[in-house]
Write a protein that binds this ligand. Structure first.
Ligand SMILES: NC(=O)C1=CN([C@@H]2O[C@H](COP(=O)(O)OP(=O)(O)OC[C@H]3O[C@@H](n4cnc5c(N)ncnc54)[C@H](OP(=O)(O)O)[C@@H]3O)[C@@H](O)[C@H]2O)C=CC1
Ligand SMILES: Nc1nc(=O)c2c([nH]1)NC[C@@H]1CN(c3ccc(C(=O)N[C@@H](CCC(=O)O)C(=O)O)cc3)C=[N+]21
Length: 293
């Protein structure tokens, strides 16, 4: 598939057609599973407290899971919950046979992300954050691939962009996006370079001007601007930050689109694909747990 514009302006990647395709495929696969086994793949989404992005996303996940024919629980817990209580709640879901996958929404107020992750049964870790899952990812074994970077790479594939041999700048090395993305880029034959908070702006600009692909995974509003993009580069935005209730991506689309070959219109493009990739992992977990019983 080739995607170029006549005007020389960047292709604006909105991922809508891809999301539609993937939704239809997933819905059919869930129906096949349910017909074969007599029960639906089950997801529990655990939301603690009132982080606005987590409230939004957990609602989207539960709604989509049900639309695709899955069993979905919205497990809402109060902020201020103790680590012991939290562990007990997760243990209940770990033991629940109707639940094949658990998504704990970050952040969990008052509880360290790495501690919260360890409460999960690894075979239900559909977000792929448990050290067993990340260890498998980095050692190249089959595992639950974190949904956000996977969705981003599928977007590039859909628009016909090849990563093999390409220099990729990953801005941010967080658990949800930057880290797993780096492993996936290596697996795809690309050469990732990672920057993070201590990286001086001038280094970021220098590396950006060399990169064939740039991925915004920092959550720093409009950090990536046109001056740090090589003409013809492809830019994918994952970052989400909120200022006065308004969502910003890491990419300043207006300046970047003047130089790039292609750019995502906003981080909600990757958001659109994230929920689908996560629900695919729930189906994968259900298959593994059912076939290995
Ligand atoms: N599009 C989607 O569907 C989704 C988007 N997100 C968003 O993706 C982003 C990344 O999430 P996550 O992986 O959890 O990352 P974290 O929020 O855990 O970490 C952010 C990373 O970015 C780095 N960073 C922060 N500010 C800057 C800056 N100004 N310049 C350079 N690097 C910076 C940090 O550096 P250091 O390590 O030095 O602290 C860290 O490595 C967030 O904005 C999140 O909201 C998350 C899930 C889904
Ligand atoms: N364990 C964990 N995993 C996450 O992936 C995670 C998290 N915690 N905590 C909160 C953030 C935020 N986040 C969003 C994803 C998509 C949209 C999004 O915008 N989605 C699309 C789809 C909305 C729809 O389809 O209705 C859109 O608006 O276009 C927003 C927010 C994920 N997060």
């Amino acid at each position: 598939m080739s995607f170029t514009t006549q005007s020389g302006q960047a292709v604006m990647m909105d991922g809508k057609a891809l999301a539609k395709e993937e939704r239809e495929r997933l819905k059919a696969e869930v129906a096949t599973f349910t017909e074969k086994h007599g029960f639906a793949p089950g997801l529990a989404v655990v939301l603690v407290g009132n982080d606005p992005a987590s409230i939004d996303y957990s609602g989207v996940l539960v709604r989509h899971a049900r639309e695709y024919g899955m069993h979905a629980l919205h497990h809402v817990l109060p902020s201020g919950i103790s680590f012991e209580q939290f562990t007990e709640e997760i243990a209940g879901l770990n033991a629940d046979k109707s639940i094949h996958g658990i998504s704990i929404q970050w952040p969990v107020p008052g509880i360290d992300q790495s501690h919260a992750t360890l409460t999960l049964e690894p075979r239900k870790d559909v977000e792929g954050y448990h050290p067993i899952s990340t260890g498998k990812l980095f050692s190249g074994s089959d595992t639950f691939i974190p949904a956000t970077p996977l969705g981003g790479l599928r977007l590039l594939e859909h628009y016909g962009y090849k990563l093999y041999g390409k220099l990729c700048l990953v801005v941010g090395f967080g658990v949800t996006v930057g880290r797993p993305l780096t492993a996936l880029l290596i697996a795809a034959g690309a050469t990732p370079v990672v920057t993070h908070l201590p990286t001086p702006r001038e280094t970021l600009v220098k590396l950006g001007r060399e990169a064939d692909f740039i991925f915004g995974a920092a959550g720093a509003a409009h950090l990536i601007t046109g001056e740090m993009v090589k003409p013809g580069a492809v830019v994918v935005d994952f970052g989400m930050s909120f200022i006065d209730g308004k969502m910003y991506g890491d990419v300043e689309v207006e300046s970047v689109r003047q130089v790039a070959q292609a750019v995502t219109t906003s981080p909600s493009v990757s958001g659109r694909l994230t929920s689908i990739a996560l629900l695919e992992n729930v189906l994968k977990a259900a298959r593994q747990q059912t076939e290995q019983l």
